[in-house]
Design a protein around this ligand. Structure first.
Ligand code: PMP
Length: 398
């Protein structure tokens, strides 16, 4: 009898499971479109020039690695605020945003979830149907009951906006609503400006608690354009939370660079909120790591490197869009007659292909093309060398 005899095997992460299966696959043409990672035109994970130059600059002036403050590197937190809310925006200049450095976007969501649960344990959380699979787990582990609001309508291949509004309208005051700021994962369907305005009106009328997840800023239209939705919440005079991830936009997945920002009513309230965020962090991991935040802060604070980063981010964004077009062309060339224009309507790293689980399994087993069972494929992993093969494979299972 061991201490741990009663421990059950936890279900394995579906995406990591796919990766293992992919690694073991001996098909020479295999393509991994399962994981949400951007690969360059040669199928390689990029190391951005802006990051390399920032690392060289940091290396030229090496610093001892003391503990960071609990809320992270001050220049990083300031850089996040300016990027997400705008340098001269009123909430930034008046000091009413509490920002903490977090362990990736996931960490930002988790610190925010713990903070909100301490504040209002009886509140419910609503995530989109479907959503990034970790949203539900993060908020449940923080103690919340998690439900969904309508989002994707498979029949029309579009957002069920009436359903979404009805679900938000029916939510009790204080309900936490997790919204994808841009590049919705997994569907690739984003809300338009008018729809955001309507959501904001409901959030305000019903006193809901908006939590914006910003994991792909810069991958839809551009940094400022994608950030505009945040400006709408500010203009509506709402208080809300925003999690940030630089995993994709800086290609710094393994450095775990993210943040949480809480927009409060005034500076004094921000100080109280910050003290609670710090208490949460202190009892979880004490304080965050140095390297990734130092790199990002250096790039954000240096005009030349900032411009280089924006250029490189723009190249990633443009390349993904080009691959969407190539995929559509490839499907047509392979004889697909169905309307596949949804592939170029969708935005960001993912496409909900509309393929069934059986078709996704066939794609994997017969062609070595790996996507999730839900039919999600990562278009950011397509390139000139594999897109025709992927298109031909999809055409064969369609
Ligand atoms: N939110 C969404 C919607 C995501 O897709 C991801 C990453 N896949 C995250 C949050 C987490 O980001 P990170 O890897 O920085 O923790």
């Amino acid at each position: 009898m061991s201490l741990f005899s009663a421990v059950e095997l936890a279900p394995r992460d579906p995406i990591l499971g796919l990766n293992e299966q992919f690694a073991a696959d001996t098909n020479p043409n295999k393509v991994n479109l399962g994981v949400g990672v951007y690969f360059d035109e040669n199928g390689k994970l990029p190391l951005l020039q802006a990051v390399q130059k920032a690392e060289a600059a940091l290396q030229a002036n090496p610093k001892a690695r003391g503990y960071l403050p609990i809320d992270g590197l001050a220049t990083y937190d300031q850089g996040v605020k300016e990027l997400v809310f705008g340098k001269t925006s009123e909430p930034v200049t008046s000091g009413r945003i509490a920002t903490i450095q977090a362990i990736g976007g996931t960490g930002g969501l988790k610190v925010g979830a713990d903070f909100l649960h301490n504040l209002n344990p009886a509140a419910k959380v609503l995530i989109s149907n479907p959503s990034w699979e970790n949203h539900r787990a993060i908020f449940q582990k923080a103690g919340f009951e998690v439900g969904t609001y309508a989002y994707y309508d498979a029949a029309t291949r579009s957002i069920d906006f009436n359903g979404l509004l009805a679900d938000l309208n029916a939510a009790a005051a204080g309900t936490v609503v997790v919204l994808h700021a841009c590049c919705h994962n997994p569907t690739g369907y984003d809300l338009n400006e008018a729809q955001w305005d309507q959501i904001i009106a409901v959030v305000k009328a019903k006193s809901l608690t908006p939590f914006l997840d910003m994991a792909y800023q810069g991958f839809s239209q551009g940094l400022a354009e994608d950030g505009a939705v945040i400006g709408k919440f500010i203009a509506a005079d709402l208080t809300f939370l925003v999690s940030t991830s630089f995993s994709k936009s800086f290609s710094l997945y393994g450095e775990r660079v993210g943040a949480l920002s809480v927009v409060t009513q005034d500076k004094e309230e921000a100080a109280r909120v910050l003290s609670q965020l710090k208490a949460t962090i202190r009892t979880n991991y004490s304080n965050p790591p140095t390297h990734g935040a130092a790199v990002v802060a250096h790039v954000l604070g240096n005009d030349e490197l900032r411009a280089l980063w924006e250029k490189e981010l723009g190249e990633m964004r443009v390349r993904i869009k080009a691959m969407r077009h190539k995929l559509v062309e490839g499907l047509k060339a392979a004889g697909v007659t169905q309307d596949v224009s949804y592939i170029t309507t969708q935005i960001g790293m993912f496409s909900y292909s509309g393929l069934s689980k059986e078709q996704m399994v066939r794609l994997r087993n017969e062609f070595g093309v790996y996507g999730t069972d839900s039919g999600r494929i990562c278009v950011a992993a397509l390139n000139e060398h594999n897109v025709t093969y992927v298109a031909n494979s999809i055409a064969k299972v369609m």
